[in-house]
Design a protein around this ligand. Structure first.
Ligand code: HEM
Length: 131
């Protein structure tokens, strides 16, 4: 079990770890002033996704019994996992109802932030289903 903010095992030397490096080095007084908003929003989004959906290996991966390599990251400046097959399903019908209700009850608020002259009739069938 981990008991520290970096999620590493106990006993690992964390003296050089920084969890805000992505927001700039802080040299010359420049560091991202939006970092707390960004981090909090990200945490909320991840928590909501984990609350609502079940993430599992896709059917083919399950049938083959292969394991997804969680250390397979893309190379380059943006450090992120390489694409992998995955199944994402709502945890329950009750959670689907909550999401749909919340979506329709907040749509009128968020419509104010829509850009351009796009109207609901301009959306495709799948998008309209949510309006
Ligand atoms: C994951 C999301 C974000 C990342 C990775 C990020 C990253 C960065 C980085 C690397 C810089 C440059 C720092 C430097 O010059 O050394 C920066 C600057 C800045 N960021 Fe962010 N940022 C994020 C979200 C946000 C948000 C949500 C806001 C505002 C609400 C914001 C506002 C700013 C501003 C105003 C600057 C310019 C600061 C200056 O020049 O003094 N950022 N950000």
């Amino acid at each position: 079990m981990t008991q520290n903010k970096f999620g590493v095992k106990l006993g690992v030397d964390m003296s050089h770890f920084r969890n805000n490096i992505v927001f700039g080095s802080g040299r010359d007084q420049r560091i991202c002033p939006g970092q707390h908003l960004a981090n909090t929003s990200l945490a909320l989004n991840v928590m909501n996704l984990l609350w609502a959906f079940e993430f599992t290996p896709d059917e083919t991966t399950q049938k083959k019994g292969t394991k997804i390599d969680i250390w397979n990251y893309q190379k380059g400046g943006f450090y992120m996992p390489a694409p992998f097959p995955c199944s994402i399903k709502p945890c329950s019908a009750a959670k689907v109802s909550i999401i749909e209700e919340q979506f329709s009850s907040t749509s009128s608020l968020f419509e104010n932030f829509e850009s351009g002259d796009l109207e609901i009739k301009d959306l495709d069938d799948h998008e309209q289903m949510w309006m």
